[in-house]
Design a binder for this molecule. Structure first.
Ligand code: SAH
Ligand code: SF4
Length: 353
């Protein structure tokens, strides 16, 4: 039912149902989501039966938990066989869901499991929003101890490049904010650098957060690990990010996945500090989560700490982002890679690293 726009639910119900049914249904889908249509208690039993197999646009295939059950990772499967990864993370004051915007990704970043797999298809707006609704429904049934019992934050940091699926992502933002009632300020769109998409997002009415996955501070080295950089080089991206900041008054953040020997030197930190200064950005440093199809490794913890210190002493606010759920294939794309490896990947790709 999430594939139907919230305004069009009446059409799904048929002419015999009273007009208020669509409102009731909309509430069950967006305001107080439940895992099963059977729990939509104010709908007549006959209607519930009729809607039962249309509730979710996917089914749950794998659920894994980690970090003392404060992290839950789901692999959903759509009727056409596409795999969608979603991760729910509980913290003391927030519950964050990391959602996917595409099945696979066409951007081909070398260190990313999703990129290594390639692009399969875009996700529909309804498939994007349903990941958040599912997380809310799951939390209502079993909350994470010590965390809010509903999703407080959404990050587009799962599979896919959200700004390469602009219109559907835009529609998903509209539904999250206007139908589900989330605050735009609690939503973060992460992009590898689709500069025109950043400009379009800057012109939207909602003050969402923007994260730029930078990973390298000069065009030659960035193009090596982020192929899209050849199309939208760093200066273009910085200009777009500055426009976003000017339009929204929201500080942009830079994501920097630290790769040993690639982008973890003192010089890299100094160059990054320069760019972060120009963007007035905060920096999130994420030690690389190794992926099966690449030899790249994270630096050792002392190097990570030194990198963060170097940024701070250059006057940049920087945090080392925790790598939640390492033991459950945390970097998005990895659960899918593993579940697919059994059947879909060629033998060479399936070889142990
Ligand atoms: N396509 C978007 C959003 C999805 S990736 C983007 O690239 O921003 C979300 C974040 O995870 C990005 O910052 C990306 O660089 C990071 N990431 C991808 N693979 C990773 C890995 N193996 N280890 C650590 N971070 C990774
Ligand atoms: Fe796509 Fe982001 Fe992975 Fe790059 S890092 S391949 S843009 S999902």
């Amino acid at each position: 039912m999430y594939l139907t726009a919230p305004e069009d639910l009446t059409s799904l119900l048929g002419e015999d149902e009273p007009a208020y049914r669509a409102d009731q249904l909309r509430d069950w889908l967006y305001r107080t989501p439940v895992l099963s249509v059977a729990d939509m208690t104010n709908l007549p039993a006959e209607l519930r039966r009729r809607l039962a197999d249309r509730h979710w646009p996917f089914r749950l295939e794998i659920e894994q938990t980690a970090d003392d059950r404060t992290t839950r990772k789901w692999l959903f499967r759509t009727p056409d066989g596409a795999a969608i990864e979603t991760v729910l993370m509980g913290y003391p004051k927030r519950t964050t869901v990391c959602i996917s915007s595409q099945v696979g990704c066409a951007m081909g970043c070398t260190f990313c499991a999703t990129g290594q797999y390639g692009f399969e298809r875009h996700l529909e707006a309804g498939e994007i929003v349903a990941q958040v609704a599912y997380a809310n429904a799951a939390l209502r049934r079993s909350p994470i101890a010590g965390s809010p019992d509903h999703v407080t934050n959404v990050v587009f940091m799962g599979m896919g490049e959200p700004l390469a699926n602009y219109d559907r992502v835009r529609e998903s933002l509209r539904r999250l904010i206007e139908t589900m009632g989330m605050s735009a300020r609690s939503i973060t769109v992460s992009t590898v650098g689709v500069a025109p998409g950043v400009r379009r997002l800057a012109a939207e009415p909602w003050p969402v957060n923007l994260a730029i996955s930078l990973h390298a501070a000069d065009d030659a080295s960035r193009s090596e690990i982020v192929p899209l950089n050849r199309r939208y080089p760093i200066d273009d991206l910085v200009a777009a990010a500055r426009e976003f900041f000017a339009a929204k008054g929201r500080r942009v953040s830079i994501e920097w996945t630290l790769i040993a020997g690639k982008n973890d030197s003192d010089r890299d930190a100094a160059a990054l500090a320069g760019i972060a200064g120009r963007m007035r950005a905060h920096v999130n440093v994420i030690p690389l989560n190794p992926t099966p199809l690449s030899d790249e490794r994270p630096p050792d913890p002392s190097r990570v700490a030194r990198f963060v210190r170097a940024l701070r002493s250059a006057g940049i606010t920087a945090t080392e982002r925790d790598t939640r759920g390492r033991d459950i294939d945390a970097a998005c794309g990895q659960l899918r890679l593993r579940s697919a490896r059994r059947t879909e990947l060629p033998d060479a790709a399936a070889a142990p690293r």
